[in-house]
Design a protein around this ligand. Structure first.
Ligand code: ZN
Length: 608
């Protein structure tokens, strides 16, 4: 508080009769709209926001109403409110859109969160795109992760009291093309810190200018990209930003905003993203050969047991994940951009079939007992089942959700999805479906076939579900924050869990499922693989371009080595003790588990 304002308050306090309450009249009125029927994590955010804003209203003396009735977006209802908030959606109906346009053109104020500004070719609302400053949704990071933000303009009342940078809690980050920063009317308040790149487990943002909070100065409006999941209100700094924004818009301080006079860029760094899978590199245990996707070159790199380059096999567009059937020596590659699965004959390392499976195939799992291949698709609840003999494909309504990991063990295939708290199990003999409780936002799964245990890392719950696959009994074992990768030492039975947000690996004793220790590793670890014969644990940090190697017997770090630019997947050959690390550019580094010597491989371009 300024000395002048303090003196003014003191003067008022002296002059006014005792018992006078400043807040007899609400300072302004706010009406928030949200939907209960949209994406679960967006509904969760809306519920949290209603509680947060109601509390803020009580403290700051304004009226706060919230509704799920979008038909209330009409002239009659809106005329009583100084600020309209959209928490998780935008109106779909023409009359609601028209009423909102009139409201804004007549001095109303708007605050939008996250999905409220989502717009694509099907939105058909050009006015709204202009209103947002020209921002059109381009892509997003996945899953939701925390990220560093930079405050662009600390002098403004929206950013008052905020540090120059802060960590924003786990959120799904949207990328816009064009960037609203290119619009001369737009004033950006917070930007995704470029030091976050690359970020993501599945959908990776690799570069680009990414405004997160901005206003189009033509209107009394503010957009904030935050709004996915239950962690948004866990940062006091971010809460302050939201409080400031509501006050700025609600009090009318945003009235007649003057366009910024600062120099505007005429270009901004192009946003880029790539979809990857931790199964981007796999070993055929029978032949000892490695297979790795080269997503940018639409190829699969084949390497020998020592990690030496053999050949590059052209496949479909944007290959993401690979699975092997060692019995038939077939390698299955999900071509995310071609809607196909390429079948490679491992004897000749050539594609012998392309199976059309539908949009955006993602996970691939081979059920050896049934000789069936189970393929999940991004944004789909279906599982495509390929017959390994005939390559005939059939869609199965498995209901696993948008699966992020699928693994076959014995006669069954397990699939987990970020938005589904249950794991889905498909029986290979008859495609019968059952489910097991997993936890909050599952991301990774590993098995111990000896004692029939499944380990599911619940990225939202900071725990691992240990499931008896026979009795379906489940218990939760606490890990660090955002556990996202899990692997088994099949000899010792120990389980190692990578904790992205805690920079650690949790070691679990396989017998009694107790936590042995948490080992500190590099920042943002996100992939793991184990050589069970010599108990080497390899942990990849895509963000820092390093692999941390643990001695799995002593639970201690042996060393951290700089490898590829952005390693995100690892496969190990336990016969040769070679660990192969795959980077975003399709580059591969081999690590010798005995000497820890590192050799980067040069990969020639694939040829037809
Ligand atoms: Zn979202």
């Amino acid at each position: 508080m300024s000395a002048r304002r303090f003196l003014l308050l003191l003067w008022l306090a002296v002059l006014l009769p005792t018992g006078f309450v400043f807040a007899q009249q609400p300072r302004f009125k706010v009406l928030a709209f949200y939907s209960e029927t949209t994406e679960g994590d967006h509904v969760q955010f809306a519920h949290d926001a209603v509680v947060f804003l109601a509390d803020h209203a009580a403290r700051e003396h304004f009226t706060f109403d919230a509704t799920t009735r979008w038909e209330d977006l009409n002239d009659q209802r809106l005329k009583d409110y100084q600020l309209v908030i959209w928490l998780n959606e935008s109106p779909a109906r023409a009359e609601q859109r028209a009423a909102f346009e009139r409201y804004m053109q007549h001095g109303g104020a708007w605050l939008g969160f996250h999905a409220a500004a989502y717009n694509d070719k099907d939105t058909n609302w050009p006015w709204f795109v202009e209103f947002l400053g020209g921002a059109v949704f381009y892509t997003n990071s996945w899953p939701p992760l925390p990220a560093g933000l930079r405050i662009d303009d600390q002098a403004h009342s929206v950013t008052a009291g905020l540090p120059p940078e802060f960590e924003s809690p786990a959120n799904e980050w949207y990328v816009w093309k064009p960037s609203p920063r290119l619009n001369r009317q737009v004033r950006v308040f917070a930007t995704f810190d470029p030091s976050n790149y690359p970020i993501g487990f599945k959908d990776i943002l690799t570069s680009g200018d990414l405004p997160v909070v901005w206003t189009n100065t033509k209107y009394k409006m503010l957009y904030m990209n935050m709004g996915h999941g239950g962690k948004i209100f866990t940062s006091p700094t971010q809460n302050q930003l939201i409080d400031n924004a509501v006050n700025w818009l609600g009090t009318g301080a945003a009235q007649n905003p003057v366009p910024t006079t600062a120099e505007r860029p005429t270009t901004s760094p192009e946003a880029n993203g790539i979809r990857v899978s931790p199964n981007g590199i796999v070993l055929n245990g029978q032949t000892g050969k490695f297979y790795a996707v080269n997503t940018k070159k639409d190829a699969v790199t084949v390497l020998d047991a020592n990690g030496r380059f053999l050949t590059a096999v052209p496949v479909g567009k944007e290959p993401g994940s690979i699975a092997v059937n060692p019995d038939t020596n077939r390698i299955y590659v999900a071509n995310g951009g071609s809607d196909t699965v390429a079948v490679i004959d491992g004897a000749i390392d050539r594609v012998i079939a392309n199976v059309t499976v539908g949009d955006l195939p993602y996970t691939v799992a081979v059920n050896r007992a049934a000789n069936k291949i189970y393929v999940s698709r991004t944004f789909s609840d279906l599982t495509e089942v390929i017959d390994g003999k005939t390559n005939a494909v059939q869609a199965l309504k498995a209901g696993a959700g948008d699966a992020v990991a699928s693994v076959s063990v014995d006669h069954s295939t397990y699939s987990i999805g970020y938005e589904n708290p249950q794991a889905t199990i498909i029986e290979g003999s008859n495609d019968q479906i059952s489910r097991i409780e997993a936890g909050d936002h599952p991301w990774a799964i590993a098995f111990n076939a000896v004692n029939n245990k499944a380990y599911i890392a619940n990225s939202g719950g900071a725990n691992v579900a240990v499931i008896d696959t026979k009795s379906h009994a489940t218990r939760l074992v606490n890990t660090g924050e955002i556990p996202c990768a899990v692997a088994l030492d099949s000899v010792s039975g120990k389980v190692f869990v990578t904790n992205y947000a805690s920079k650690s690996v949790t070691v679990i004793e396989g017998g009694n499922d107790s936590v042995v220790t948490n080992v500190t590793v590099g920042p943002r670890p996100q992939a793991i693989a184990i050589d069970s014969r010599d108990h080497r644990v390899y942990v990849a940090s895509m963000h820092s371009g390093t692999i941390t190697i643990l001695d799995g017997t002593k639970n201690a770090v042996l060393g951290t080595i700089k490898t590829n630019k952005a390693p995100f997947a690892i496969a190990v050959n336990e016969q040769t003790h070679k660990a192969l690390v795959l980077g975003l550019d399709g580059d591969i580094t081999a690590i010798d588990g005995e000497t820890l010597a590192v050799s980067p491989l040069s990969i020639p371009d694939s040829k037809e």
